[in-house]
Design a protein around this ligand. Sequence first.
Ligand code: GAR
Length: 211
Amino acid sequence: MARKRVAVLISGRGSNMVALIEAAKEPSFPAEIVRVVSNDPSAQGLQRAEASGIRTAVVDHRTFGKDREAFERALQGELEANGTELICLAGFMRLLTPWFVTRWTERLINIHPALLPDLKGLHTHARALTEGRKWHGATVHFVVPEMDAGPIIRQARVPVLADDTEEKLAARVLEVEHRIYPEALRLVSEGRVQVVGGACLVDGKPVETFS
Ligand code: GAR
């Protein structure tokens, strides 16, 4: 089967992007990373992608002012020019409008650093600590217009420890992010994920979740 053509969208350091690039180096991996696109020209991940021989592009949201759709049309143009079949958001910190999201239904994937539907939004590690959670984790999901609300493809949890700081907890979560994002991309690329009634089935079975 032909490998899926994947674009990874980043805004920052790109450690999840690196995990995806590394996984896709394996010839038997069912997806290839054809482009890394950043909305921020100073994103550290751009250099990391280039060091791995992946071509990069910048679509700087600031050049479009408040016009989100103009930004997204430029992004769409970049993705179409590369024959993108699937998009992975990897620390991409711009909210995407329904205009864009509905063009990529079940082909647009995000990773979120929490056990969704718990702890949507920002500062998830600090909130997990403040709120006294015993478990925390990461979720890979399809993107829908409502933020952090799409069908869950893969989820993994980590314990919150008594002496945790935000940094220690973030590092423990990041480790599982780097594992489950390539796993989820593999499942989607192999056509093993089906969305039924707003939830994913993987190989016909419900996804294990922990929230
Ligand atoms: C990751 O922890 C990712 O889950 C999170 O940003 C970090 C990016 O790190 N994403 C979000 O918070 C999306 N709302 P990375 O650039 O090293 O992959």
